[in-house]
Design a protein around this ligand. Structure first.
Ligand SMILES: [Zn+2]
Length: 240
């Protein structure tokens, strides 16, 4: 994307003064940012998505020690904002061999361990056009290899998203309400996925990753400033 270089510079840590001004701001955006940064609930810790309280109902208030340890281990393997690989376009998969199966399995495991609902290969440093997602707890993991957006509805919806690569940040992102995607499965078989609601959102989020696009690119400059502040606070609270 042509705006990428410009966006990237905006992600740099702003100097102290503007940050203080932002912190003192009394506007609703600033308050929303504070809420996001201070949130300690399981939703805020759920990684790739924080906006699915209904899916989190079955999770305990506090993660048990083993779940937390597994999640932390998985998150350590996920590339974080600032890693150039997250800004790189992935390359189409040509070989549907054992190493691809292994890669897909690893991605599914890391996504589940990290309590995320989607993961793109670029997020673990692999420049393959591969993504996995599982929007709801009872769903199977779906793997899309070389996904192509065939159709997107004109109707758009805004909802809060998080990203395993940008811990502590949750922002409202507008996306097509429904999509149809053509892709291959890990064995090279063609599949067409029609999705709406959360799965449609996850697919679009992960396909963005394959182009080096992050949620921070899909929000206003003001929202991005708030997000960066939440990110800094999250990093200070729990350095990765
Ligand atoms: Zn993400």
């Amino acid at each position: 994307m042509s705006t990428q270089a410009q966006s990237e510079t905006e992600f740099e840590e702003p100097p102290g003064q503007p940050e203080e001004r932002a912190a003192q701001s009394e506007g609703p955006a600033a308050q929303a940012g504070e809420r996001a940064a201070q949130s300690e609930g399981p939703a805020a810790q759920a990684g790739e998505w924080a906006e699915r309280p209904e899916e989190l109902d079955d999770q305990p208030e506090e993660l048990d020690e083993e779940t937390r340890a597994r999640r932390d281990a998985a998150l350590r393997r996920v590339r974080k904002l600032g890693d150039p690989v997250l800004r790189t376009s992935a390359v189409a998969v040509e070989r549907f061999d054992e190493s691809l199966q292994a890669e897909v399995e690893l991605m599914g495991r890391l996504m589940e361990d990290a309590l995320g609902v989607g993961l793109a290969a670029t997020q673990i440093g692999v420049l393959h056009r591969v993504l996995v997602y599982k929007a709801y707890a009872d769903d199977q993991i779906t793997t899309l290899v070389n996904p192509v957006l065939e159709w997107a509805s004109e109707e758009r919806e805004a909802a809060e998203e998080g990203c395993l690569s940008i811990p502590g940040v949750h922002v409202e992102v507008e996306r097509a309400a429904r999509v149809r995607v053509r892709a291959l499965d890990p064995h090279g078989k063609e599949l067409v996925v029609e999705a709406e609601g959360l799965p449609a959102r996850v697919i679009q989020h992960e396909m963005d990753h394959l182009e080096g696009v992050l949620i921070l690119d899909r929000i206003s400059r003001e929202a991005r400033r708030e997000a960066m502040r939440a990110l800094r606070e999250a990093r200070e609270a729990a350095p990765v």
